[in-house]
Design a protein around this ligand. Structure first.
Ligand code: SDX
Length: 379
């Protein structure tokens, strides 16, 4: 291979596939995010997670009848098989919930006799099942590791509302339930981010839906991707009071350390539209709960922009939202997955339909043409 090839190690700017699921663009100096052509601000304001998941999977907003049927199907799929509950009981309580999630998804795949069917109908069915079951896996594991009784899914509650109910054992108030619903809409898809790309690579080999989602779940956990949200709240806890924010930021920057929750591969000098929505949500919840997280976060954002010129990304204020909702720190990433599962499964199905094996090249820089020395001569 010629040595003068241009390598983009982070694949930055490389268009790796076509999609009609979501669009991320910078237009007139502003960032635009659309799911199937609908603006994220409209979806955050007027949609629900169930409706957004339907939109991502089927490509169009549902009619009232279609949405009702979809919601009922998801409700019927929320329960977990006894074997999965057994798994959650036997995993060590210190297991990170993202490790629990990828293990449980893999186990679900082992129980699905039709896992190798990549046709459209089977794929949609698996997508619905995973969208419905992931909240239950997360909530059940937390109840088990904290020695609490399981709170089974309540068919009278919506998707986000039911998750908070299963997690905390009480029906959340309307504002809290809506806050999580909006958060899940905002996390539902984001074009070809690392975890979605991992899912598409697996799907391009025609691996089954569960294998593709396990690949995505493992990728999301990294602190440079979805793992940042947990790092953000740990940072805010360490700062503890707003007036210590700038000193903390300066010390991190002096040590050339990354500040989690800031920077983005695409939104270089423009605000991520999701951050605008999540900042409003965090501000509202912090006021309602008399919580200090938003105030500390604002001081951090000011200091990072002043000293590094970086803007907050989707993980920054979502950490404040989850903290205000009383969600344990190590469940922040699983909740990101709870939102993104709709996008992942839509991309996996899109990859199955117009498939081409994803197989780039690498520039070899090692030694060449070496003579084999038999072991007895190697000393
Ligand atoms: C998500 O792709 C998606 O769409 C992802 C996502 C989605 O919805 O799926 O939006 C969700 O993953 C958001 C990102 C969450 N990750 C973090 O918050 C981790 C901290 N952020 C960074 O590590 C970084 O900003 C990335 C990984 C998000 C993007 O990194 P890039 O595009 O590879 O940028 P880079 O590493 O080339 O950095 C460019 C410069 C460097 O400075 P110099 O070495 O040139 O002086 O900016 C600096 C970096 O050091 N920099 C940071 C920084 N992010 C970039 N410096 C301090 N803190 C940071 N957070």
């Amino acid at each position: 291979m010629k040595m003068n090839v241009e390598i983009k190690e982070g694949l930055e700017g490389i268009i790796a596939c076509k999609t009609s699921i979501s669009r991320v663009d910078i237009e007139d100096g502003k960032a635009v995010l659309e799911y199937r052509g609908y603006n994220i601000h409209d979806l955050a304001r007027y949609s629900t997670y169930e409706e957004t998941a339907y939109l991502l999977l089927f490509g169009e907003l549902p009619t009232k009848k279609e949405l009702k049927a979809f919601e009922e199907e998801l409700k019927d799929l929320r329960d977990l098989p006894a074997q999965i509950i057994g798994l959650l009981t036997h995993l060590p309580p210190f297991t990170h919930p993202m490790v629990v999630l990828r293990t449980a998804i893999s186990y679900l795949g082992s129980m699905d006799k039709e896992k190798h069917f990549m046709d459209y109908e089977h794929s949609i069915q698996k997508a619905k099942s995973l969208i419905a079951k992931i909240p239950t896996i997360i909530a059940y594991f937390h109840r088990i590791r904290t020695g609490q009784n399981l709170v089974h899914p309540n068919p009278d509650l919506g998707h986000a509302e039911n998750f908070l109910y299963m997690l905390k054992g009480e029906v959340p108030d309307r504002i809290e339930a809506r806050a999580l619903d909006v958060d899940l809409i905002l996390h539902a898809d984001h074009e070809l981010n690392a975890s979605t790309f991992a899912a598409r690579i697996a799907a391009s080999t025609l691996a089954d839906m569960y294998a593709c989602v396990v690949a995505a779940t493992g990728t999301l956990m990294g602190p440079l991707h979805g793992g940042a949200a947990q790092k953000v709240i740990e940072m805010l806890r360490e700062i503890a009071v707003p007036w210590r924010a700038e000193e903390y930021v300066l010390k991190k920057l002096e040590r050339k350390e990354r500040i989690m929750g800031f920077g983005h591969r695409i939104y270089r000098n423009v605000m991520d539209p999701r951050t605008i929505e999540l900042r409003n949500l965090a501000k509202k919840l912090a006021k309602m709960k008399d919580s200090k997280w938003f105030e500390i976060a604002e001081e951090v954002a000011k200091a990072v922009y002043k000293h590094k010129g970086l803007l907050p990304n989707v993980d920054f204020y979502s950490a404040c939202v989850y903290a205000c909702l009383g969600i344990p720190d190590d469940l922040f990433i699983p909740i990101f997955a709870m939102g993104r599962i709709a996008g992942w499964t839509a991309h996996i199905i899109e990859q199955y339909v117009n498939n081409r094996l994803i197989r780039p090249r690498a520039l070899y820089i090692g030694e060449k043409g070496k003579k084999y020395i038999p072991l007895r001569e190697r000393g």
